[in-house]
Design a protein around this ligand. Structure first.
Ligand code: CMP
Length: 227
């Protein structure tokens, strides 16, 4: 395989496919580049393509009429999005925006459905990822409706650890923590609450903050405390 095809082997929904099949998948789609801050797809529009992130970082968000935004998830390399409209034919459920210059691999509906029918391992991997997202959404509903400010912020930290964190010897490192306003939009709280709660977590020795780098010192303990 050439270098440009290697990325597909690292995408969980395609990682069980052999090299020959990966070559076919590669031929069934195309690469597209998006500049930082560009909207890849918008809530409510019709859609029929699936996107796989080759490089970059994107946010999945929804907004209300008064321009308030809630961030549902952060996606990075090897994640995919756009599967919902593709599967149920309904409008896009959220807006996806590049928060860094990003390179995406785009597959159209017919080609993707063909892959799902031919390769059950792709279908199972897709269901596994959708189940993971459903669990994360359910954790968020619990946090938004039942938890206090600490619980809401901790739930966002756990979501980010899962989405973009790296775990090493029980410590989770999140290299590029989103801006505090973005964290507030994820947690359904204010920027001031984010700032106050992160400092309180740091004081208690639960996290370390260094610029935009955040470390959860004992990930298992943190999960036990807040899940
Ligand atoms: P689709 O509805 O086609 O377009 C928006 C995409 O955002 C959607 O497919 C999913 O891929 C993604 N998305 C929507 N909601 C969530 C969520 N809660 N977590 C992660 N990704 C999501």
């Amino acid at each position: 395989m050439t270098d440009s095809t290697n990325f597909l082997a690292n995408v969980p929904i395609f990682s069980d496919l052999d090299k020959e099949t990966l070559e076919k998948v590669l031929k069934s789609g195309m690469l597209q580049s998006y500049k930082k801050n560009s909207v890849v797809l918008s809530e409510e529009e019709a859609g029929s393509a699936l996107f796989v992130i080759v490089e970059g970082k994107l946010k999945v968000s929804r907004s209300s009429g008064d321009e308030k935004e809630v961030i549902l998830a952060m996606l990075n390399e090897s994640d995919f999005f756009g599967e919902m409209s593709l599967l149920d034919g309904d409008a896009r459920s959220a807006t996806v925006t590049a928060i860094e210059d990003s390179k995406l691999f785009v597959i159209q509906r017919t080609e993707f459905l063909d892959l799902l029918m031919k390769y059950p391992e792709v279908s199972i991997a897709l269901l596994t990822e959708l189940t993971k997202r459903f669990r994360a959404s359910s954790a968020k509903i619990k946090a938004l409706s039942l938890k206090d400010a600490e619980g809401k912020v901790a739930t966002v930290m756990l979501q980010l650890a899962d989405d973009i964190g790296k775990i090493r010897q029980g410590i989770v490192e999140i290299d590029h923590l989103p801006y505090q306003q973005e964290l507030a939009n994820m947690a359904g709280t204010s920027r001031e609450t984010i700032s106050r709660t992160l400092h309180s977590f740091a004081k208690k020795g639960l996290i370390e903050l260094d610029g935009s780098r955040l470390r959860i010192i004992d990930y298992e303990k943190f999960k036990e405390m807040f899940e």
